[in-house]
Design a protein around this ligand. Structure first.
Ligand SMILES: Cc1cc2nc3c(=O)[nH]c(=O)nc-3n(C[C@H](O)[C@H](O)[C@H](O)COP(=O)(O)OP(=O)(O)OC[C@H]3O[C@@H](n4cnc5c(N)ncnc54)[C@H](O)[C@@H]3O)c2cc1C
Length: 329
């Protein structure tokens, strides 16, 4: 591991100043992703600015929804009684992530900015990977790509984003509050995480020295039901192969009145099934019409030979999540 300077920030202004003063500096929160990347030589920042003393860990709730401080740990988010009551899909997503020990350290801000689990990006010996070494190529396109993206990828990168909470937050229409020396702005989650295009190394819309300070989660629509479903190779301590978060309105005749659906494990950011969301309105809450509506969004799916199965897994996961959220099974 390369030597680095260490600054313990006493507040968000101090953190932003310390980052701005060093172009090669990075913020560190729980460190559960960044420190692994440092140890494996995948990242080598000249300085780490520790933001755990900046007081950004509060979980607040009001009539309009939740505000999760960027440093709120995953354990804290999942244990909060108001979060459990108002956003059960977020609690399900958080509790499906990593392990209890990791969730005690991992923060919600860091979780959104964790880097891909693509085996070529994480390889001990550097292999061509445009995220790790821009311009070196993408080994996964012609190599091991079982877990790769089926939406929004390019020949420059087929990696997926590994976060569970991000998927639930996308379906909840969450926004991310960020701060820099220039002031504050908010971004939709989909704007925070970039699709690869021809610059996959530019993973987020954040500028250097811009901190996530909070995640704003609007209250779910009155009477709505929700669900987070994670499909993985083993039952625990495993990243999602495909996951799905659903927020659903159902009328008295068991017809869907509104739907928000986000898929995880299929793209470089949570992937909203926009066509399916529209097509589901007015549809009876049973498997056949729900599947027909969900399939609309998969017309745009593009698979590689080794991950073609993810299209069917994605459809089935979304159908099951919709039916489960609606109480049909
Ligand atoms: C074995 C293992 C299994 C895991 N399984 C899952 C899983 O199933 N599902 C899942 O969702 N996650 C999983 N994770 C990932 C884990 O949830 C993340 O590592 C964690 O949430 C990152 O949070 P952190 O606070 O430790 O971030 P850090 O490691 O401190 O930081 C991560 C990145 O975010 C940046 N950063 C952190 N906070 C801020 C901020 N406020 N503003 C700007 N930049 C910031 C850092 O500079 C860094 O680039 C797993 C991790 C491990 C090690």
């Amino acid at each position: 591991m390369r030597d680095f300077d260490y600054v313990r920030a006493t507040g968000s202004d101090h953190a932003i100043e310390a980052l701005a003063a060093r172009p090669g500096a990075r913020p560190v929160a729980g460190g559960t992703d960044l420190l692994t990347l440092l140890k494996d030589g995948i990242e080598a920042p000249e300085a780490l600015v520790d933001i755990t003393g900046t007081g950004l860990g509060a979980v607040e709730h009001g009539p309009d929804g939740l505000t999760l401080g960027a440093l709120a740990t995953l354990s804290r988010v999942a244990a909060d009684p108001a979060v459990r009551a108002s956003h059960p899909l977020l609690v399900q997503a958080v509790e499906s992530a990593a392990s209890p020990q990791l969730r005690n350290m991992a923060t919600i801000g860091g979780n959104l900015l964790q880097r891909t689990r693509c085996p070529y990006f994480r390889a001990e010996t550097a292999l061509p990977c445009n995220r790790r070494t821009p311009g070196s190529g993408c080994s996964a396109v012609d190599g091991e790509h079982r877990a790769a993206a089926i939406f929004g990828w390019t020949g420059h990168c087929v990696a997926t984003h590994p976060s569970d909470p991000a998927v639930a937050l996308s379906a909840a229409d969450a926004r991310v509050r960020v701060r820099s020396a220039g002031g504050e702005r908010t971004l939709a989650l989909d704007e925070l995480l970039r699709l690869p295009g021809d610059t996959p190394d530019r993973e987020t819309a954040l500028d250097h020295a811009e901190l996530i300070t909070a995640v704003e989660v609007p209250a779910l629509p009155a009477g709505s039901r929700s669900c987070y479903l994670k499909v993985r190779e083993r039952a625990s301590y495993e990243f999602a192969l495909v996951s799905c978060a659903v927020v659903l309105g159902v009328d008295g005749r068991k017809r869907i009145s509104q739907a928000r659906i986000a898929l995880g494990g299929v793209a470089a950011r949570p992937w909203r099934l926009v066509e399916a969301e529209r097509a589901l309105v007015g549809v009876e809450l049973t498997a056949v019409p729900v599947r027909a509506a969900v399939e609309r969004s998969f017309a745009a799916a593009e698979a590689l030979p080794g991950n073609a199965f993810k299209v069917e897994v994605g459809i089935r996961t979304a159908v099951r999540a919709v039916l489960t959220a609606g109480g049909a099974r």
